[in-house]
Design a protein around this ligand. Structure first.
Ligand code: C5P
Length: 233
């Protein structure tokens, strides 16, 4: 999947009508939308279908992390929804990631991309050390991304600051999905390690996950169009 427009808008809400109306309003202005555990835990498969009816590819951000058999079952259970992307935690290990991809392949050609979260951007080096992982966050991300590639995953979710190194080490076809994106001059909110959409794209991001700068705008479509225009500039 290589969306012409790399922007996936994060619909972080439990409100099905609002998510669906945002998705409809953004059709043609973004490459896809993302729903995560907030929306899916509240609205489930039916909520997903209502959002998907807008006709945009949907990234189902479930961050699965369990024993291989359970993760495979979790992936299999969402295949009928035809998500464009589903993710797991790379920390779940090689066998778990392989099981996730194998389960996705049961959907054939139309299978979702399976990507891995490497290290949550909310963690820093001391958090990592507290979980028993020595070394730098960058080294940890690299190690987990290589493990994801070895497992046959389609890519990883990473911070913009890791794009360059991951792209260099993992090649052009490995998808890099990047949240923490803020258009120049927009509200940073709780994101810490941010980058503008055009900088992230220039470094080699495939998908830019952008939420509040679009959903919080008075006119979300206009905000998305402005970001798209900034990419071409
Ligand atoms: O509103 P904002 O642009 O910050 O939304 C970013 C989206 O990307 C949210 O849905 C958030 O959960 C997700 N995300 C993130 N950082 C990660 C992984 C996912 O911000 N490391």
């Amino acid at each position: 999947m290589s969306p012409k427009n790399p922007i996936f808008c994060a619909l972080d809400t439990t409100d099905e009508a609002r998510a669906a109306s945002l998705a409809r309003g953004l059709k043609g202005a973004v490459g896809g939308v993302k729903v995560g555990m907030e929306f899916f835990n509240a609205r489930g498969p039916q909520g997903f279908r209502v959002v998907a009816e807008a006709g945009l590819p949907v990234f189902l951000d479930l961050k699965l992390h369990d024993i291989p058999n359970t993760v495979a079952g979790g992936i299999r259970a969402v295949l009928p929804l035809k998500p464009a992307i589903v993710n797991v935690h790379a920390a779940g290990g090689l066998a778990m990631m392989r099981a996730a991809v194998d389960a996705a392949k049961e959907a054939g050609e139309a299978r979702p991309l399976i990507v891995a979260v490497t290290m949550l951007t909310s963690l820093d080096q001391s958090d990592l050390a507290a979980t028993g992982v020595t070394g730098t966050p960058a080294d940890h991300v690299l190690r987990l991304a290589h493990l994801a590639a070895k497992a046959g995953l389609d890519g990883v979710v990473c911070s913009a600051h890791e794009i360059e190194r991951l792209r260099a080490e993992l090649g052009r076809d490995f998808k890099l999905i990047v949240p923490g994106i803020r258009p120049a001059g927009s509200d940073v909110a709780d994101q810490k390690r941010i980058m503008t959409p055009s900088e992230a794209l220039a470094l080699g991001a495939d998908v830019l996950v952008i939420g509040r700068p679009i959903t919080g705008a008075a006119d979300p479509r206009e905000a998305a169009d402005a970001i798209t225009a900034s990419l071409a500039a």
